[in-house]
Every structure is written in structure tokens, then in C-alpha cells.
Design a protein around this ligand. Structure first.
Ligand code: PMP
Length: 405
């Protein structure tokens, strides 16, 4: 007797995340890992959270912090986020904000909200692996979103129709994307918005890394650009997903959605059905910590990660053989490397782990069509500066064996 025969058809699309499987293997202390996508734990504002949690659990407060709360989220936190969004150029109120259990939950709910089996989601080639994982459960087709391509809305629509559905959204992470580290220019953001308008679909703007800019000028969120044109968030098609995971703590699982009230209302129904609400205590603690100096904390992060990013880029310049190319991100946590065609990053990972004890994530997992075998992702937020130097030196040695000068 096997229960496997009863699994729903959607489970056919759900595979174990290669990153999670891989992270399990990286506990050995002698491995230098560029494979993670996680913040440096030394930078967590632990003392601020200790105080905030203690206050939230004190006599007289615990009756609220340990209790069920509203599906929309803790009102002071929603208000703080609405003010934060206004600073980013998105004129909105607390009714336009839903607190989610991480932005990952928002991606799941947006898949549930928009995708019927056979519909099309436009995603980058590559894109965030966790977005593909979230959307896959809703059995979509994927087509390639490229803000600079010549394909017209009619081309995308025809393709989606031929596959039995329609294009429902374009998903992208315009600032320091995971996995590429690339940031879209204002013109590229406007192109995506225009394409969505021509296709009459929504835009899911994943802003998980938005605050982590190390140099260069910030570019307005797509939602802010649309606001300038529409004048009213309730007339906007862009749905913005934010997160405190990269700035405060991923373990507390606090993210948010900022969008038209009609979208928030539907997502509240999904939230009620899914987990009722995001943990009350965590929301209260985050509300206190952000009110106490979010910007100062983010400045500390930026200064620390800038050093690591610079260390990685300098080490790559020194140690990579000709023929290897990589991105120079202005923020975020990742550098994306492209190897000459014919080299397979999965094979290279096996060799690098075995011979020099260095890990990274092979790029194919980030492509909806499984291509990109000659690409890989390097994380610079978790390893220390010395480890970055040493790890890139070792990776260069392995690559030199395949690319003799
Ligand atoms: N979007 C992107 C682009 C990410 O990299 C991540 C985390 N790796 C998430 C969303 C999910 O983050 P969280 O659920 O912790 O907010």
C-alpha cells in the first residue's frame, strides 16, 4: 500500500529545492560556502529584539502578544510600513498593507490568487527559485520576461493562449535580484509596466533586497512609477512584496504586501484560510524595533555587506581566468557567474566540494526551463571577508584547470 497514488496532480510539479538539499550538506566546518542566501547572523539586532520581546511579554501585554490577532496584521506595524512605502514614493494607507509570514507566503498566495492550471506567469530567465517553487503548485506555464526583448505583448498572449490559458502576471525582483544581483533601470521598469498594460496582466514586484543598496542611486519601485501615472494605488496593477528577512531577521517570518485594496481584501481571505494571521508576538517585536531606528540598523548592514561585496569582486578580478564573467551588483547578497558554454556548474560544484571544499549554487535551478547550466550563484553576505578571499582563490584554481590560459 502506498499513499503516493493519492497525491494531487499539483504535487507532480513540486520538487525538493536543490538549495535546501544542498545546505544540509554544508555543515562541515572546513567547507567555505557561497551557497547560502542568508544574512550574516552577527548583524542581527538581537539586543533590540530581546528588549522588545520582553516588553511585549510583560504583565499586561502578554494578553495581546500571545493572543490571536487580525488577519490583516498588527495595526502599528501596518502603519509603519505604509509610511515606509510613502517614503519610497508609494502614496498609500494602512488598508493597502497585509502582513504575511515572510514574503514567501505572499508569493504562494499570489500564485493561488491568480493562477489557474495552464495560465502563464512571466518570469526572468533566471529568476528566484523560491518563486518558481511557490507558483509551481498552481500548475502554470512559464514564459520568459526580458525588459529589453523585442517580443510584443501579442507574442506573449498568443503563446499563452496556445498553452491553454492567459498571462496573469509578470514576476520580477527589480533591485539586486536573487540570483543575479542585477538592478533594473527606470526605463527597464517602465518597459515591464508597459508590457503588463499591453497584456492586461498584473506585475508582482518582489522587493526582498530593496533596502540593501551599497552604492549608486536608488531607482523608484515599479509600484511608485505606476503611482506617478495612475495617481491612486487602488488603480495600480503592481503588487509589491516586501520583507524584513534581509534587514532584521528571516526567522521571525515577517513580510508584507502593498497593493490596491481590492487585492489586499482577497489576500486577507487567503490569509484567513491559510494560517489566520502572522504570529502576533513577532509582529509586535518588529513594530517596536523598526520604530526604534530601522534606518540606522540598515546603514550598519549596508556598511558591513559593502565590504564583503567589494572583497568578493576584487578577489574575482584577481583569481578568475579569462572566459569567466560575473555581475557587479550595487546591493543585495549575490554575484552571478557565467562560465564559457560547455562547462557545467553542477559538475564544477561536485569537483569544487571534493577538491577544494568550496560550495556555490549551480544556476540551472533558477531557470524555469532548466537551462543555464554554465551559470552559478555566489553569496557574499554569509561568509566572512577572509573566507571570501580564500574561497574565491580556491574556486579560481579549480576553474583554471578547465580554462588553461
Ligand atoms: N524573494 C526573494 C527574491 C528572496 O531571495 C527571498 C528569500 N531568499 C524571498 C523572496 C523570501 O523571503 P522571506 O519569505 O524570508 O521574506
Amino acid at each position: 500500500m502506498s499513499v503516493d497514488q493519492f497525491f494531487a496532480s499539483r504535487m507532480g510539479r513540486m520538487k525538493a529545492s536543490e538549495i535546501r538539499e544542498l545546505l544540509k550538506l554544508l555543515d562541515q566546518p572546513d567547507v567555505i560556502s557561497f551557497a547560502g542566501g542568508i544574512p550574516d547572523p552577527a548583524l542581527f539586532p538581537a539586543a533590540a529584539f530581546r528588549d522588545a520581546m520582553a516588553r511585549a511579554l510583560a504583565d499586561g501585554q502578554a494578553g495581546v502578544s500571545l493572543q490571536y490577532s487580525t488577519s490583516e496584521g498588527y495595526p502599528p506595524l501596518r502603519r509603519w510600513i505604509a509610511a515606509h512605502m510613502r517614503e519610497l514614493g508609494v502614496e498609500c494607507g494602512e488598508d493597502n498593507i497585509l502582513i504575511t509570514s515572510g514574503s514567501q507566503q505572499a508569493l504562494d498566495y499570489l500564485g493561488k490568487l491568480f493562477l489557474s492550471p495552464g495560465d502563464t506567469a512571466l518570469v526572468g530567465w533566471p529568476t528566484y527559485l523560491g518563486a518558481l517553487g511557490a507558483f509551481n503548485a498552481y500548475e502554470p506555464n512559464y514564459d520568459r520576461l526580458d525588459p529589453n526583448s523585442n517580443r510584443t505583448a501579442a507574442d506573449f498572449a498568443a503563446q499563452a493562449e496556445a498553452e491553454g490559458g492567459r498571462v496573469k502576471f509578470a514576476y520580477l525582483s527589480p533591485d539586486f535580484a536573487n540570483p543575479t544581483g542585477v538592478t533594473l533601470t527606470k526605463a527597464e521598469r517602465e518597459n515591464v509596466l508597459q508590457m503588463a498594460r499591453d497584456l492586461d496582466c498584473t506585475v508582482i514586484e518582489d522587493a526582498a533586497y530593496q533596502s540593501l543598496r551599497y552604492d549608486g542611486d536608488s531607482v523608484p519601485p515599479i509600484l511608485a512609477l505606476e503611482m506617478q501615472q495612475q495617481g491612486d494605488i487602488d488603480a495600480c496593477r503592481t503588487i509589491y512584496c516586501g520583507s524584513f528577512s534581509k534587514t532584521l531577521s528571516p526567522g521571525l517570518r515577517i513580510g508584507w504586501v502593498c497593493a490596491a485594496k481590492s487585492v489586499i481584501d482577497k489576500m486577507v481571505l487567503l490569509k484567513q484560510a491559510g494560517d489566520l494571521h502572522t504570529p502576533t508576538l513577532n509582529q509586535i517585536a518588529v513594530a517596536e524595533v523598526v520604530a526604534d531606528g530601522f534606518d540606522d540598523h540598515v546603514d550598519t548592514l549596508r556598511n558591513a555587506y559593502r565590504v564583503k561585496r567589494d572583497r568578493m569582486l576584487a578577489a574575482l578580478e584577481r583569481h578568475m581566468p579569462d572566459g569567466v564573467d560575473w555581475t557587479r551588483p550595487e546591493g543585495g547578497m549575490f554575484v552571478w557567474m557565467t562560465l564559457p558554454k560547455g562547462l557545467d556548474a553542477a559538475e564544477l560544484l561536485a569537483e569544487a566540494l571534493r577538491s577544494v571544499r568550496v560550495a556555490f549554487v549551480p544556476g540551472a535551478a533558477f531557470y524555469a526551463d532548466g537551462s543555464g547550466r554554465n551559470t552559478l550563484r555566489l553569496n557574499f553576505s554569509s561568509p566572512g571577508p577572509e573566507q571570501i578571499e580564500e574561497g574565491i582563490t580556491r574556486l579560481g584554481q579549480v576553474l583554471r584547470k578547465h580554462l588553461p590560459e
